[in-house]
Write a protein of this length. Structure first.
Length: 358
């Protein structure tokens, strides 16, 4: 957008794992390697200075970023994508170290690999528990796509197995479409229970591979327990998050309303009614880049409309979608009335096949 700007990317990892497609690894559609990318092109093609060190804290007053190696960087404006951290404190007896046995697989390449290995090791006829949290969290439809693609894997390799979804919510995104697809593709392999019907997880026991709800104890051969979430550590350490655990921003520019000069994008930001999705984050990044360039030039950022689209796979050749358009009302994003839509219900399978290759 402006080749005269000096841009530095601070990123601790040397490769990027595309988590939005990680469920396809569990379903046998993709490999880990196919979803892993290098940052080298950013420097080679765009001249971006990439520093592979973790950022520890941002100081809005001095306009500096403290790095974990003790060095610091200065900035005129900074864009931060803190991502998410898990709120293990919301589930009794569920600790970070328990994820070696009961993985959330909601961030990090190694967590997905652990869950995949557990699925491959479980017996035919075993039980998989998938436990989604209450909103808001990263990628609302993803637990149900995950259940679908795990069911696809099991139907091919361990067809006597079952999947039990214990959900903190009373309903979930694209519910009618998922439910119809599950019945058509997998029969009775997948069962879903909402929060009031025993889906809310109160306690976890990694040693005995059980979770406890108000209705009793459930045991799994594989347990995918996804805790509640909040903004990543650097946001909380820097004072960018509020009492909700997320980061309030001016949604015209995604500049923090708590600390000026710092723009927050992605899952950590409170972006009106937009869901926390990879598609949303990508579009928010483009809006923010344009706003930062305008502000650095002393210009007023312009208003915009923005979209979100989410395709969910229920099998390699069966997908459904939801899409919506958003615009600013004042300084807050709202859905444009009549915009977007979802996959039609009760259609020929050829429609689902076409959506899988869109």
């Amino acid at each position: 957008m402006d080749p005269n700007l000096k841009v530095t990317l601070v990123e601790p990892r040397r490769s990027y794992f595309t988590y939005p497609f990680s469920n396809q690894v569990l379903g046998g559609m993709k490999t880990m390697e196919e979803l892993t990318y290098s940052y080298k092109k950013l420097k080679r093609k765009y001249g971006i200075n990439v520093i592979h060190v973790a950022a520890a804290r941002i100081n809005a007053v001095s306009k500096t970023v403290l790095l974990q190696d003790g060095k610091s960087l200065t900035f005129d404006r900074i864009i931060v994508a803190p991502g998410i951290d898990m709120r293990f404190d919301q589930i009794e007896n569920y600790k970070p170290e328990d994820t070696d046995f009961i993985p959330h697989a909601w961030k990090g390449r190694s967590a997905t690999l652990r869950l995949l290995q557990q699925l491959e090791s479980m017996p035919n006829g075993g039980m998989v528990l998938i436990c989604p949290p209450a909103l808001p969290y990263r990628c609302p439809p993803a637990p149900y796509e995950r259940a679908s693609l795990v069911a696809h894997y099991l139907s091919q390799h361990k067809p006597r197995s079952k999947i039990l979804i214990l959900d903190a919510k009373e309903q979930f995104p694209k519910q009618a479409l998922f439910s119809a697809g599950w019945k058509s593709l997998y029969g009775r392999m997948i069962e879903w229970f909402n929060g009031s019907a025993g889906g809310l997880i109160l306690r976890a026991d990694a040693k005995n591979m059980t979770v406890e709800t108000e209705f009793g104890i459930e045991k799994g051969d594989v347990i995918n327990l996804i805790p509640a979430q909040w903004a990543g550590r650097i946001a909380r350490a820097s004072g960018l998050s509020d009492e909700s655990g997320w980061c309030p921003v001016d949604q015209l520019t995604f500049e923090s309303t708590l600390l000026p000069g710092i723009h927050v994008i992605g899952d950590a930001a409170i972006a009106g009614v937009m869901p926390k999705s990879g598609f949303s984050a990508n579009n928010q990044a483009k809006v923010t880049a344009a706003a930062v360039i305008a502000l650095l030039k002393g210009k007023e950022p312009t208003s915009y409309s923005i979209s979100n689209t989410c395709y969910s796979f229920l099998a390699p050749d069966y997908a459904i979608y939801v899409t919506a358009e958003y615009q600013l009302s004042g300084r807050e994003l709202v859905k444009i009335k009549g915009s977007g839509g979802v996959s039609p219900l009760n259609v020929d399978l050829s429609v689902r096949h076409s959506e899988a290759v869109s």
